[in-house]
Ligand binder design. Structure first.
Ligand code: ADP
Length: 250
């Protein structure tokens, strides 16, 4: 069996709430070993897009393929190799680190789960927190547990919604390094949202700028600003957010 190079393929995706069009015909791919940044101001449609890819929200129209499998038609198969971490979806705080990993491992039907948990505890420097309840851990430690959980089923597609929000710079750097290593060495692709343009430049291979539910720009975060006459990614971001119509005409 050949392994497709695209882990995620989104085609003409739309989501409408009454008269509000949250996502307005978005198309993009995420390739294996690639980290793609989904950028855009608040209300642009990023979370709605991620929730549709996760199968939590049903699209109004369009298609989502994960590893070539159509989400709408073969949902369980498409989602089996997907996982997710976000600060607004913390793990149950009354369960210990090990219990949390076990619960999610069982949900995903992970084989040789005890061994997988040991590997992740070591990889994310969590061995000493094994029997500590997640609710009392620091933000950085909780993020490491959330990432360990997100990788428990060897996902081919990893969705990260602001994984480093609320972390101090040193901890955020450590988390970024772990995610980069995961993307480089494994067989997965990563879709990452962030408002930190420094982080995006450091981590993402490609960025998609979303505004009012549409992708306005796409490219390498290190060269894209110059291509549009801007000095930094932040400057470009602000221009796109303020003047989406001007960018659309480019
Ligand atoms: P982002 O994640 O980029 O901040 P969202 O995807 O959360 O943006 O929101 C995109 C747009 O869709 C916003 O205008 C938001 O108000 C609207 N929206 C999101 N969820 C709902 C909902 N459940 N009902 C109505 N409107 C919604």
């Amino acid at each position: 069996m050949t392994t497709p190079s695209k882990v995620l393929s989104v085609l003409d995706l739309r989501k409408q709430y009454g008269s509000t069009v949250a996502v307005d015909g978005i198309s993009f791919d995420v390739n294996r070993n690639e980290i793609v940044g989904l950028l855009g101001p608040n209300g642009a449609g990023k979370t709605t897009t991620i929730n549709m890819v996760l199968g939590v929200l049903e699209p109004s129209s369009g298609s989502i393929r994960i590893e070539g499998v159509e989400l709408a038609k073969r949902r369980a198969q498409a989602l089996a190799r997907t996982n997710f971490a976000a600060v607004y979806a913390p793990l149950p705080g009354n369960l210990t680190v090990q219990q949390n990993l076990r619960v999610f491992g069982l949900i995903y039907g992970v084989k040789e789960l005890a061994e997988r948990i040991e590997t992740l505890l070591t990889q994310f420097d969590l061995v000493r927190f094994r029997d500590v309840k997640c609710g009392v851990l620091s933000s950085g430690e909780q993020t490491r547990v959330a990432l360990a959980k997100a990788m428990i089923n060897h996902p081919q597609l990893l969705l990260l919604d602001e994984p480093t929000a609320s972390l101090d710079p040193a901890t955020a750097r450590d988390i970024r390094a772990r995610i980069r290593e995961f993307a480089r060495q494994g067989t997965a692709g990563v879709l990452w949202t962030s408002h930190n343009m420094y982080e995006v430049e450091e981590v993402c291979d490609r960025v998609l700028f979303v505004s009012h539910g549409k992708i306005l720009l796409e490219g390498d975060p290190r060269t894209l600003p110059r291509e549009h006459g801007k000095a930094t990614l932040e400057e470009l971001f602000i221009t796109v957010a303020r003047e989406p119509l001007a960018m659309e005409r480019h």
